[in-house]
Design a protein around this ligand. Structure first.
Ligand code: BES
Ligand code: ZN
Length: 665
């Protein structure tokens, strides 16, 4: 149905006025839904995946509960959805789709004539389809997959794109259960538990892959925020991990058949080991299934903690298990993020700061304090960069960000919530007596708020309450000594407190960087360096070495070339290492080295280097295009335009902005 043929209704303006002009960090400024008047409790999706038309069609049926008596309309978030029918309690209902807000999308108003009383239940069924242009979904042609035989579809809903998948109250403030039936010609994965066909049965229920339609049924019985809804459809296979005895959950990995064995090897030790460790430290795993899915190269993140099914970039499959920390991070979200959820984008740090802190705490518990210190050292450099890059938007340097109405949370995305957040919790751990004293508090924090969506104020109130009850006056004094305002609301490029880390694992990397810095004055450089300098380093130590080198003045071009050739950094398959090397090569925009590398770097990112594999993870493509643009903007833009259709919609949107192709909002 077209917009013009939708019925028009008068809607009370009370909802619009519920928020003041000033930033109010207790409400979600990125949703138009009236979730405090009426809330979805459960939603049932019924979808058909059409790879030819590149769209999803079907329905979303909301079971809702009235929270404010007299509510006369329900407002859902939508983005580029074609709505064809709406029913309320199984009877046709009036509805209206607002003009699209550039960030928040179109509000869908559904009329509840006569209003409803608090506690009443309402069933709302919305029939719709998606458009080809979709901010949550990427439709890949078969050439863009590893097997090159079948197309592929995947979603990325965090932070505010679930509304492009279905009409929803797209806010983390509300948690919902969901069920789904999805029909497709390829295997379907959702962020939920599979009901049928059996995961352990033949692929695609024994039907012809790519041809026959199979209806996949799923259920998510644990309430989750909308941004954890996820779908992937493609020619994927499953390999289970072995799970310790006595567990009531399963775990395994999904990937295209060509890489499922390598992917299985990369993560089979870490995944179940850390899940079990996290259970000991926090609480039992509650989602029943913890699977990993390795996506095609355009997946824009390192990992995404979709419920029951973390999505991963294929660049983690290095063959040496050095990037498993991303899996540890994503599985940790099962407690911090998916269990306790930030109530709105202002409190995103509760998800990422806590998860980063926990990820590193687990590292210390299994590998010792040096391993944790080393992770903080790597993080410190990324925090430094992020704080400096936010100089023009100092409010994004804050832990708790006061967003304005309709402001894009994506614009604030950086390492700040992760690293400032993790350092803040580490600082509190040290202030309150160290790990042993802190562990019982972590358990208590989780069990208190599990299943809830909370703000920073609620977290802090509990922190005080816990230590008042369990620690006595000393601990409360310790908490009173914390500069809360500086940590939570402070701007600037430094942490409120200078943090010390165990640097023992970083030292050798620092020493080697120092030698390269000294070599700029030497006559014959080659004699100082040999390939074996890196023999004792794993790839994370190589990263620390290269990052340390970035903190010195740029090396002369001859040394940059030598660095790349002698250690084979210029052709390593480890994208994390290659990124750091290219950052060094491009750092002095006026040097000949920068010019020498500019084209090579763009080719690496767009897969025009013989690999045919784009670097779709935004951690790689965004800084590389930015760095090349600083050297040769025309080159950056022409290379980007050549390849951008292969990238995910969110990467397209952000790199278009980075390069000035579309204006920054
Ligand atoms: N939840 C995030 C990814 C995310 C955040 C997507 C906000 C969209 C909006 C995920 O858990 C994450 O933090 N991924 C990191 C992994 C890293 C910190 C180990 C990434 O992708 O770099
Ligand atoms: Zn995360």
């Amino acid at each position: 149905m077209s917009l013009a043929s939708c019925s028009t209704l008068d809607f009370p303006s009370s909802r619009i006025k519920r928020r003041g002009i000033m930033a109010d960090i207790s409400v979600d400024t990125a949703t138009q839904s009236n979730y405090s008047d009426i809330r979805t409790d459960h939603v049932a999706f019924d979808w058909v995946v059409d790879f030819d038309a590149k769209l999803l069609s079907g329905s979303a049926t909301h079971s809702m509960i009235v929270k404010r008596s007299g509510v006369k309309d329900i407002v859902f978030d939508t983005d580029n959805l074609q709505i064809s029918a709406v029913s309320v309690d199984r009877k046709p209902a009036e509805y209206k789709l607002d003009v699209k807000h550039p960030i928040m999308g179109s509000a869908l108003h559904v009329s509840l004539p006569g209003g409803r009383d608090q506690g009443a239940t309402v069933l709302v069924e919305i029939t719709y389809e998606t458009a080809t242009e979709n901010s949550a979904l990427q439709w890949l042609d078969k050439e863009q997959t590893q097997g090159k035989q079948h197309p592929y579809l995947f979603s990325q809903c965090q932070p505010i794109y679930a509304r492009a998948l279905a009409p929803l109250q797209d806010t983390p403030a509300n948690k919902i259960t969901y069920s789904a039936s999805v029909s497709a010609t390829l295997p379907v994965l959702l962020s939920a538990r599979r009901v049928s066909p059996d995961v352990h049965g033949p692929p695609h229920d024994g039907k012809a892959i790519g041809k026959d339609i199979v209806a996949y049924k799923y259920t998510q019985p644990v309430p989750i925020p909308s941004y954890l809804i996820a779908i992937a459809v493609g020619n994927v296979r499953y390999r289970p991990f072995s799970v310790p005895d006595g567990k009531d959950w399963t775990s395994g990995i999904w990937a295209e058949p060509e890489s499922v064995e390598a992917a299985h090897w990369e993560f089979k030790e870490a995944t179940t080991q850390y899940l079990a460790e996290e259970e000991k430290v926090v609480a039992p795993y509650q989602f029943g299934v913890y699977d990993l899915l390795v996506l095609p190269p355009s997946f824009p993140y390192g990992g995404m903690e979709n419920a029951c099914l973390s999505f991963l970039t294929p660049t983690l499959i290095t063959g040496d298990r050095t990037l498993v920390n991303v899996v540890v991070h994503e599985l940790t979200h099962s407690w911090f993020g998916n269990g306790i959820t930030h109530a709105n984008p202002s409190h995103f740090w509760l998800n990422e700061g806590w998860t980063t802190y926990m990820e590193r705490l687990l590292r210390q518990l299994s590998d010792g304090p040096a391993a944790r210190g080393f992770a903080y050292v790597i993080g410190a450099k990324s925090l430094d960069n992020a704080l400096q890059q936010s100089a023009k938007h100092p409010k994004y340097q804050r832990l708790v960000i006061p967003f304005g109405e309709g402001e894009d949370p994506e614009g604030a995305y950086s390492r700040v919530p992760y690293e400032k957040g993790a350092n803040f919790i580490l600082y509190l751990e040290r202030t309150l007596g160290g790990i042993d004293a802190f562990l019982p508090y972590i358990k208590d924090y989780f069990t208190t708020f599990k299943g809830k969506s909370i703000t920073t104020a609620q977290w802090k109130d509990h922190l005080y309450a816990y230590w008042t009850a369990h620690g006595g006056p000393d601990k409360v004094d310790a908490l009173d000594s914390v500069d809360w305002d500086a940590w939570l609301h402070g701007e600037g490029i430094h942490l409120p407190v200078k943090m010390e880390y165990d640097e023992s694992l970083a030292q050798a990397a620092y020493d080697l960087a120092q030698r390269w810095d000294n070599a700029r004055n030497a006559v014959e450089n080659k004699i100082y360096f040999k390939e074996s300098d890196l023999d004792s380093f794993d790839s994370n130590q190589i990263i620390v070495f290269l990052e340390k080198l970035q903190s010195y003045p740029p090396l002369p071009p001859s040394l940059i070339h030598l660095l790349g050739s002698i250690y084979k950094l210029a052709d390593t398959h480890n994208a994390e290492v290659r990124l750091r090397y290219y950052q060094i090569a491009l750092s002095d925009t006026t040097s000949s080295a920068a010019n020498d590398f500019a084209l090579t770097v763009t080719k690496w990112v767009i897969g025009d280097d013989g690999s045919g594999i784009i670097k779709g993870r935004m951690k790689f493509c965004r800084p590389m295009f930015k760095a090349v643009a600083a050297i040769n903007k025309d080159l950056a833009i022409s290379q980007w335009n050549k390849a951008k259709d292969q990238f995910h919609p969110v990467a397209k949107k952000l790199i278009d902005k980075d390069l000035g192709i579309t204006p920054l909002k």
